[in-house]
Ligand binder design. Structure first.
Ligand SMILES: O=C(O)CCC(=O)C(=O)O
Length: 293
C-alpha cells in the first residue's frame, strides 16, 4: 500500500481495517512486538532534538538563529533535529504571501540544506510559507533533509487551520494558503518517520497510516495558541502516540507577546506508551530525547 495520496479511498479502507481490534491486527499483538524488535535489531540510539525558536519578522535573522541552534543540537549528539512551524516568518495570513519562497531554490531551503549538511543530521525543517512557481499558490510546507543536505521529502500542510472561537481566537489560514493533498513519510537509517504540520495532528488517520506502514515516529512542527494549546496540545500528541504505539514529537516556536499570534510553546516528545519524555515552557530552547531507549 502506498499511502501518498489522501484522495485514494483504498488508503482509508486499508487503514480502517487495521484499527485496533480489527481481525488480524490487534494493536497489542502487532505494533508493540514490531517496535521492540526494531529497537533490538537496529541496536541504535535515535537522539532527537526539538528546537523551540524565537521567531521574528527578520527572515535572515530567523535563518541564522535556526542555524546556530541546529549546530548546537548536533554538537549535543542529536541525529534528528526538528524546527518549528513557520520558523522563518511571523505566523499570520498577511505574512505568508510576503515571506513565501520556492522550495526549489529559495533562501530558506538553501540555508536549511547547508545546516543539515554542516551539522550532519536529518533536519525536519519546521515549515515555511512556500510559493509554488507553477500555480503561484502559497502552501505551509515542511522540507526534510538528510545529513548530506539533500532534500528528501516535503510535506504541505493538509488540514488548514481555520478557527473562530468567539471572544478568543479567529484565524483562517485558508485566506492565503492552499492545502496539500499528500501524506508524507521518509526513510532514515534509524527507521521510517511520518510528518504532519500542526492542525494535521487533530486528524488521527495520517498517524495511523504512518504507524501501519512501519513508521516509528510522527513529527509535527506546530504552533498552537493560548486558547487551544493548554487544552489540546499535549493531549493530541499523547493520543496519537498511544493510539498507534509510536513516538510523537511536536515542535513549536517560542511565545512572543509582541507578535500578532501568541504561540503556546511547550514543544514536547511523547513515547509510544503515551508518556511525556520531554517538554518545556514557552521560551526559546532545545529539548532532547532518545527515541531508541
Ligand atoms: O489545532 C489547533 O488548535 C491549532 C492549530 C494551529 O495553530 C495550526 O495549525 O497552525
Amino acid at each position: 500500500m502506498d499511502a501518498n495520496d489522501l484522495a485514494d479511498p483504498k488508503i482509508f479502507d486499508e487503514a480502517s481495517m487495521m484499527r485496533p481490534g480489527a481481525t488480524g491486527y490487534g494493536i497489542h499483538g502487532y505494533r508493540v512486538v514490531e517496535v521492540e524488535s526494531l529497537w533490538r535489531i537496529k541496536g541504535r540510539a535515535r537522539p532527537i532534538a526539538l528546537i523551540q525558536l524565537a521567531v521574528t519578522a527578520d527572515k535572515p535573522a530567523n535563518l541564522a538563529n535556526a542555524r546556530n541552534h541546529v549546530l548546537e543540537a548536533a554538537s549535543n549528539g542529536a541525529n534528528l533535529v526538528v524546527l518549528p512551524e513557520c520558523f522563518n516568518s511571523p505566523y499570520g495570513t498577511g505574512y505568508f504571501p510576503e515571506y513565501a519562497e520556492s522550495v526549489k531554490d529559495g533562501a530558506s531551503v538553501k540555508a536549511l540544506s547547508a545546516m543539515a549538511k554542516d551539522a550532519k543530521v536529518y533536519l525536519i525543517g519546521g515549515s515555511i510559507p512556500e510559493r509554488d512557481l507553477t500555480d503561484d499558490k502559497v502552501y505551509n510546507t515542511c522540507t526534510i533533509y538528510n545529513p548530506a543536505g539533500e532534500l528528501i521529502a516535503t510535506h504541505r500542510k493538509v488540514h488548514l487551520f481555520d478557527i473562530d472561537v468567539p471572544g478568543k481566537i479567529r484565524f483562517q489560514e485558508s485566506e492565503t494558503l492552499t492545502a496539500g493533498n499528500k501524506l508524507t513519510q521518509f526513510d532514515t537509517e534509524y527507521g521510517k518517520i511520518g510528518v504532519g504540520i500542526c492542525y494535521d495532528i487533530r486528524f488521527p488517520e495520517p498517524a495511523m497510516i504512518a504507524a501501519r506502514q512501519g513508521c516509528f515516529a510522527m513529527i509535527y512542527p506546530g504552533a498552537f495558541n493560548m486558547t487551544t494549546g493548554p487544552l489540546h496540545w499535549e493531549l493530541l500528541q499523547r493520543a496519537r502516540a498511544v493510539d498507534n504505539q509510536m513516538y510523537v514529537a511536536a515542535c513549536s516556536p517560542a511565545r512572543d507577546l509582541n507578535a500578532t499570534y501568541h504561540a503556546w510553546g511547550h514543544s514536547t516528545i511523547v513515547g509510544p506508551a503515551g508518556d511525556v519524555l520531554q517538554t518545556t515552557d514557552e521560551k526559546q530552547g532545545i529539548i532532547y530525547a532518545d527515541l531508541g531507549t
